[in-house]
Design a protein around this ligand. Structure first.
Ligand SMILES: O=C(O)c1ccccc1NCC(=O)[C@H](O)[C@H](O)COP(=O)(O)O
Length: 226
């Protein structure tokens, strides 16, 4: 019988920007698949994603829409078009915006915090009690995500504490790939979120995704048997 306290690191494969990317990600054991509806080299439209999901069932995965400072009307349109489970607000959206969005939709709302220093964690405070989860990422210039750049992971315990105290999940994002994951796993983040690190020639690589999953599973096995 499985122990009740088995810990499973959540995995999100983000930035699926073609049917081929989506099909490759669906085959994995990831918990979440992400689609960037914001301006980006990975930008997709709600209509495109709706077509892919109609063609290939997402199995047991939760679908996450990524938005950066976009209108509430556009986000609600995306929710009506794609069976999204989560809206990830990846820009400078404030509490009023998130409360309005929550009032008009029944999806989970995650807020992204861009880590700068140890005080960044305080930026989460106003959102606690409203958001359903958060993602910690790294902003580079005016690029809000998908940069392949990581922040100082020594600060993860600060975010972990907020997550435990408020009983909300979080993912660590930014610059995670098959090499850097070795340095990240000792911090035992609750979940990881990857985009550039699972690409090869700008397409999702099944090989990289499988390797990432294997590394995470081995880490979980070690942690759970400690
Ligand atoms: O992936 C993008 O192009 C992107 C653009 C603008 C905002 C967010 C974006 N991605 C959202 C994600 O959740 C990524 O997984 C996260 O930023 C990590 O990206 P990476 O450093 O490339 O792994």
């Amino acid at each position: 019988m499985e122990s009740l306290n088995v810990f499973k690191t959540k995995v999100k494969f983000c930035g699926n920007k073609s049917l081929e990317d989506y099909e490759a990600s669906v085959k994995t054991d990831a918990d979440y698949l992400g689609f960037v509806f914001a301006r980006s080299k990975r930008q997709v439209t709600p209509d495109q994603v709706a077509q892919w999901v109609a063609l290939v069932h997402p199995r047991n995965k939760r679908l996450v829409g990524i938005f950066v400072n976009q209108s509430k009307e556009f986000i609600l349109h995306a929710i009506r078009t794609v069976p999204l489970d989560v809206v990830q607000c990846h820009g400078d959206e404030d509490l009023t915006f998130i409360k309005d969005l929550k009032a008009e939709s029944d999806v989970d709302i995650w807020k992204v915090i861009h880590h700068e220093d140890e005080s960044t964690v305080d930026k989460l405070k106003p959102f606690l009690g409203t958001i359903d989860g958060f993602v910690v990422d790294k902003k580079v210039g005016n690029q809000y995500g998908g940069t392949g750049t990581s922040f100082n992971w020594g600060h993860i315990p600060l975010y972990d504490k907020v997550s435990c105290e408020n009983d909300i999940p979080y993912l660590i994002a930014g610059g995670i790939n098959v090499e850097t994951l070795q340095e990240l796993l000792p911090f035992s983040p609750q979940g990881i979120d990857l985009s550039s690190g699972i690409e090869e020639n700008f397409a999702k690589s099944e090989e990289k995704m499988n390797l990432i999953e294997r590394m995470v599973r081995e880490h979980d096995k070690r942690t759970n048997t400690r």
